[in-house]
Design a protein around this ligand. Structure first.
Ligand code: CA
Ligand code: CA
Length: 285
């Protein structure tokens, strides 16, 4: 009897836990995580696509977006830290196994559809911009089988082992051809130092899902040489997770400094320093 009571208690707990993610009696069709989003602008002459592929191994779902699709609604959950993780309930309804309709009066020309590609689900949305141009949004989702919410959404983001590194004096070394993994916590900034050789050119990249600013300082650790925010150099062929990048040619062999800050965002990032032949770099027109 005691065992039966324990079993009932365990079942109640499971129902409660599942209920947190499955409110009401809605039948859940699937739980998915966004792994790629691609936006294309199409006209008679121009096709321009931006895409972002999500890699859970970079940040353990910290910046992932999870979708729960029920028979009636389409729930979007993301990690919003202080605001919790309750996301939007999109006004999309599954009318049959191959079509969503979008019941927003302001975008009644929008078209939604989905299909499966291997184990992935591709959701497509097309809408007109001005009668001539249309935008195509492609969302690629993979089945999400982890806990909900992911552990990384509920735990406070911890400092990495490089801290404290919030000024040039406490900067950590980064070597040429090295990639390091760091975190930016609230109000954090991370300083690096590296030996540069006169005549050599360097490319420094920060890969993340959050916005990340990158600053290069002279040997005094204070005088700013270069700065990038939001990948403003428009270099072609970079990984879609590159959030900021600097290309710089050293004039005097010294130790120089770098700073990464999160632009008031938190998250995980990679930083990579490499030498580069600048004649091989191609920029967008
Ligand atoms: Ca840090
Ligand atoms: Ca720091």
């Amino acid at each position: 009897m005691k065992n039966v009571a324990k079993l009932m208690m365990a079942l109640c707990l499971i129902v409660l836990l599942v209920g947190c993610f499955t409110p009401g009696s809605e039948s859940v069709i699937g739980t998915w995580i966004m792994v790629e989003t691609k936006e294309s602008l199409s006209t008679a002459l121009i096709t321009d696509a931006d895409s972002m592929e999500y890699d859970p191994t970079l940040d353990n779902y910290y910046s992932g977006i999870i979708y729960k699709i029920t028979e009636d609604k389409f729930y979007i959950y993301e990690n919003r830290r202080d605001l919790g993780f309750e996301g939007d309930v999109s006004d999309i309804r599954m009318t049959n196994d191959s079509l969503y309709t979008y019941n927003n009066l302001h975008t009644d020309s929008s078209g939604w559809s989905f299909h499966f590609d291997g184990g992935k689900k591709l959701i497509l949305q097309t809408y007109d911009v001005d009668g001539l141009n249309s935008i195509l949004l492609e969302y690629t989702l993979e089945k999400y089988t982890g806990d909900f919410p992911p552990e990384s959404w509920t735990m406070v983001l911890e400092d990495d082992d490089y801290e404290p590194d919030n000024d040039a004096i406490h900067s950590s070394n980064i070597l040429k051809d090295q990639t390091q993994f760091h975190t930016i916590t609230a109000d954090d900034q991370d300083y690096y130092k590296f030996d540069a050789v006169a005549g050599e050119s360097y490319i420094i990249k920060v890969l993340a899902y959050m916005d990340a600013d990158l600053t290069l300082y002279d040997a005094d650790g204070v005088t700013r040489i270069a700065y990038d925010k939001k990948n403003d150099l428009d270099i072609l062929g970079l990984d879609d997770k590159v959030k900021s990048v600097l290309v710089w040619t050293c004039n005097s062999s010294e130790m120089y400094y770098l700073k990464v800050s999160g632009d008031s965002k938190e998250g995980h990032y990679q930083i990579n320093l490499a030498d580069v032949d600048i004649s091989t770099i191609n920029y967008e027109d």
